[in-house]
Design a protein. Structure first.
Length: 453
């Protein structure tokens, strides 16, 4: 008999397996080569690049953490997929942290729903399968929730230290961690967390220590910290950018995938004859499923916030326990998203909500729990298993035909490079999917030397 526990365990195993397949199939585009160049310089030449990838708003991400997280796996296994194995492990860590933190606030059915809506989620599964800065952030989000929950009753040095350090290190991976920072400020201001000020100071000091090489680099090259795109409160003034950012609150728990991910081409694996009908059919089915699941997410959010019947900025009530505290965390997270996207100088993109993946799914998880109370747990578990099969089919479609996991085809990630580098051979890039090299006017990773040695 299928139970909520068995469904949760099965979803965990299947999610691990399909993510592992994506890791094996992963390809590298421009952002990936920028990261690989940093890691390769550290692993092969002992050179630490003290700043991260170029940012769309100008300048580079602060700190050397991305160089380290890519370089250490490459030192153990000289293959472009080695850093993705680490991401795969970090996603498993994120799940374990979330499942442990939320077990007192969720029913067994809701924990099973979390396994389907979060762990099998194509947004998360794809993020676990290729190299990219935002793909490290689910663990940062999970640690944020766990440490915030640990600080609900009283100040704790260790929890505060880890909370602050997670924010500081996460900001070195992607600036979208600002969402979590704003949420932390709201949680403290409304009494949801109690801060240990010595722990806060220690976390700030540890973060500053990791930024020392970057600060020295910025002193020598101020352009590394430049950020001039857009203008403050652009989202509030134009409205559409803010609404676009908030739309991912509903899309993350759904099958409304990112447009770039849903550009399928199955020719290499299934043949051009199969691709001719399967690619458009898959796109059409995902579009229908996307609309349906966004509609369900909209209903679940409406039910969640209607049931709360309190001001979004209300203080926690001790009698509500873990479940009530979690409701407040979710509510303040949405307030943080509204404030951040309203103040953003640029238009938010899909990956900029990744720090909130763990929280955007929770209203949907609660909605499924509500259905269980209305229609019976056994019946909803069966429906959830059917939904899991559909979600898994979407995951497999990504593995079989999405641009990040195939070589060539429509909208492929490979672009011409203006020179050759030993990195391309040593990391197996030319073996798994050859790049066009020595093309005048081609693209080049920002820190990779153009030398033959």
């Amino acid at each position: 008999m299928l139970t909520a526990h068995r469904l949760r365990v099965g979803a965990l195993v299947l999610g691990l397996a399909v993510s592992a397949v994506l890791v094996a199939l992963a390809q590298a585009g421009g952002d990936q080569l920028n990261l690989l160049a940093r890691g390769w310089l550290l692993a092969a030449r002992g050179e630490l690049v003290p700043y991260g990838n170029p940012l769309s708003s100008g300048g580079n991400a602060p700190g050397a953490l991305s160089s380290v997280l890519v370089g250490w796996p490459l030192a153990a296994w000289a293959d472009h997929r080695a850093p993705i194995v680490l991401i795969w492990v970090l996603h498993l860590g994120a799940w374990l942290v979330l499942d442990r933190t939320l077990r007192g606030a969720l029913t067994p059915l809701e924990r099973a729903a979390l396994a389907v809506v979060y762990w099998l989620n194509p947004w998360r599964v794809e993020a676990a399968g290729f190299l990219w800065n935002p793909n490290y952030l689910p663990l940062v989000g999970a640690v944020h929730l766990a440490t915030a929950r640990a600080l609900a009753a009283r100040p704790r040095f260790a929890a505060t230290f880890v909370h602050v350090l997670a924010l500081g290190l996460g900001a070195q991976l992607h600036p979208s961690v600002l969402l979590l920072g704003v949420l932390s400020a709201l949680l403290w201001a409304r009494g949801y967390v109690r801060v240990s000020w010595p722990g806060f100071a220690a976390g700030c000091a540890a973060t500053a220590a990791t930024l020392a090489p970057w600060l020295a680099a910025v002193a020598a090259r101020p352009e590394l910290a430049a950020a001039g795109a857009g203008f403050p409160f652009r989202g509030l003034l134009l409205v559409q950018p803010m609404l676009k950012g908030l739309s991912y609150w509903l899309r993350y728990p759904s099958l409304a995938l990112h447009r770039e991910s849903a550009r399928f081409d199955f020719s290499a694996r299934l043949g051009p004859e199969t691709d001719a009908w399967l690619a458009p059919a898959t796109g059409a089915l995902l579009a229908v499923a996307g609309v349906a699941t966004v509609a369900f997410a909209l209903w679940a959010n409406f039910a969640f916030f209607r049931a709360r019947r309190r001001s979004p900025l209300a203080r926690p009530r001790p009698q509500e326990g873990e479940r009530g505290w979690l409701d407040g965390y979710v509510t303040l997270a949405l307030v943080a998203a509204v404030a951040t996207f309203a103040a953003s100088p640029t238009t938010p993109q899909a990956w900029q909500m990744m720090p909130f993946l763990h929280v955007a799914v929770l209203p949907v998880v609660r909605g499924i729990g509500q259905l269980g109370r209305r229609f019976g747990e056994a019946r909803v578990v069966k429906g959830l298993a059917a939904a899991a099969a559909i979600v898994l089919a979407a995951d497999l479609a990504l593995a079989a035909g999405a641009p990040n996991f195939r070589c060539g085809g429509r909208h492929a990630v490979v672009i011409p490079l203006r020179a050759a580098s030993p990195m391309f051979e040593e990391l197996g890039l030319q073996r798994t999917c050859p790049w066009p090299l020595d093309r005048p006017g081609g693209w080049w990773p920002d820190v990779l030397p153009e030398d033959p040695e």
